[in-house]
Design a protein around this ligand. Sequence first.
Ligand code: ADP
Length: 274
Amino acid sequence: MSYIELRNISYKYPLSKANVLKNISYSFEKGNLYGIIGSNNSGKTTLCNLIKGLIPEFYEGELYGEVLIEGKDVRKWDSNILATSIGYIFQNPFSQISGIKETVFEEIALGLENLGIKEDEIIDRVIDVIKLLNITDLAKKNPNELSGGQRQRVAFASIVAMNNDILVIDEPTSQLDPQGTIEIFDIINKLKQQGKTIFLVEHKIDLIAEYADEVLVIDEGELKHWGKTNEILANKDLLNRGINLPQVALLSHEMENINEPFDQFAITKAEAKK
Ligand code: ADP
């Protein structure tokens, strides 16, 4: 049995004319990092929402098929268990900050408080996460006064503190500079080493190339390519779907083009010998 399985998933928002996800099936293994790539509006965020499950919109829209976690439909999971199993780091860090807490420390503690964890343990966990994310300098600041990049880190910290087995991460570095991006990917890699199963939407294709075990390419709601990262990201068809290739793959395709004139020359030489 796969750890997580999408079975013939199609989805239509209440107001959308056609399905925005079209008959997607895939099996996911525990402890892997899955890169989800595709051009804008291809359906990546919708897919992330669906994996997270229990989003009211999905019940108003039309959902076909099933999302199974350990063989059980997410809609049949107890919502508390689901909340502690799956963490979702949204694309927009502004939507993830509660706005009701006065310090970053309290903001990160909020989710743990809601789980009813004892205060001593909460303090230890928040301190650990603050160190892990290198945001000690933000701990006493007001979350509402942070920059976009700082908010993204705090949103990330709040989820990491929850210690979920499954993480759905939608463009975690959209607000970050190159240094911040490297730091977040270091942490994502640490979470993977801890055995977490991670779904990651990310436009920076070189990061997907470096960190993902497998890649799913979504185009207009359809799963077009899937499998081992290095095989999928070498496919020139991705360029037709508005997706960049990693530098290494681009270079190797360029080398093929450079070789072509030599190949032609080789044929001419062989013919000349006749
Ligand atoms: P991506 O994450 O790849 O940019 P999305 O999953 O956000 O794609 O969107 C997929 C399609 O669904 C788009 O055409 C988008 O306009 C549409 N869509 C997204 N959210 C809604 C919504 N709440 N209601 C109606 N249509 C939506």
